[in-house]
Design a protein. Sequence first.
Length: 494
Amino acid sequence: MSTLRMRQQRRSGRSRRGARSLLGWVAVGLVVLVIVGLIAAPLVYRSLRPELQERINRYLPFMTIFAPQRQYTADTLPTVQPGSGGGPSAADLLLTPQQGIPAAGDVEVTATPGLQLATPTPLQPLSSQPQAGALVSTPTPTVPQPTATLALPTATWTPLPPPTLAATEVVMLPLSSRLSGFTHIYQTWNNCGPATLTMALTYYGWTGTQAQAAEFLKPDAEDKNVSPGQMVRYVNENTGVRALVRYGGDLDMLRRLVLEGFPVVVEVGFMPEGYDWMGHYRLIVGYDDNQSQLYVYDSFLGHGNFQGLPVSYDQFNRTWQHFNRLYIVLYDQGRENELRQILGPQADLTYNAEHALEVARQEAAADAANPFAWFNMGTSYVMLGRYEEAAAAYDQARNAGPGLPWRMLWYQFGPFEAYYEVGRYDDVLALVQANLGTTPYVEETYYWTGMVYLARGQTDAARAQFNQALQHNRNFTPAQDALVQMQVAQSGGG
């Protein structure tokens, strides 16, 4: 018995030692897995596209400490050496007289709704759009005195002529009005443009989805921007509704459009809690002069119990200036003449650009430290093809006051065009590097890099950049056109 017991004890001891050994190895394995996981998790997380990172952050907020840092770490766009471009000075731009504000032509205009007007003589189609990078401004303010910081002479500039009324009767706008019939849509990741445009289209019974709009507007979900011209093209080519974009809007224009039943999408500067400055589209659904408020449907913030979120006139106007107060109007083809009468001379693209330039000039003179006013001057000059002046205005915008937000060139590309057109290729590439240092998902960045390479005779590098732009957005027509033109040139075609 003793021998048997001893054998059993030895076996039991070996089992216990084996179990302890196995547990030890399991513990070591778990420790190794934890260590490997701690090392690998940040690497895997950083390799994910931003949308997936954002989803992880919702459930594991601590993972944000592993978020990739942008390479360009300044809070504003890079500054530029004053006078390095050799163009006109800031003071010159403020004192440059208007080069012929076009008259309203054959368009008969009224300042108020409710008047019977003659059918206007057709001009260009209202759906004609400005070139990419063009913007404009707000109601013409009282001409201010120039600021002392620029040490300007006392000379002034010519204000815009008021539109000619088509009738003597003046009808005041109602103190409030609200549109109904919209379906509010919360945006999916990075999708405010398609979501807001789809919301506006529901007014006309459109049953498409934001995903369908995004498939055309931004096939890559990470694309950081949908430009107004792209949104207008989508509406005009795919929905049976019509759309146009104009710049230099004002509160009177927005209120009139709402009153007359035209949905309006605007782009504004946006800085919700926890985020840096960014661009954002909103749908205007109403106004109330008694409260000095607009009402908006917002794809990010909500709908305000389906009455629209209130935004004060003052706050709206400040943030709207960041995008030169652009507005996209959706309309039924049968109401084009009505819309033309509301727009008045702003239906004419040249008038619209000149108006924007004048207002931005006055705003820059009133506050020379306001970078958005100078930026708006630059983009208005771009729309008018006056590139030397545009480049000088952009120089001032980059140096003025607190500077421009680091995301500015995710959305507006006039500086690329202006510097390119005056041969300042190094300045184009400097802004390209700033953009690429914050995100790779802006196709215009690659397009303008390609244009610089093409101008320098580096055709293979240019072609690669245009193709890179199309990888991010296969519907980006400037890159498509550039490749076609390169093919024609290579084949010796005219």
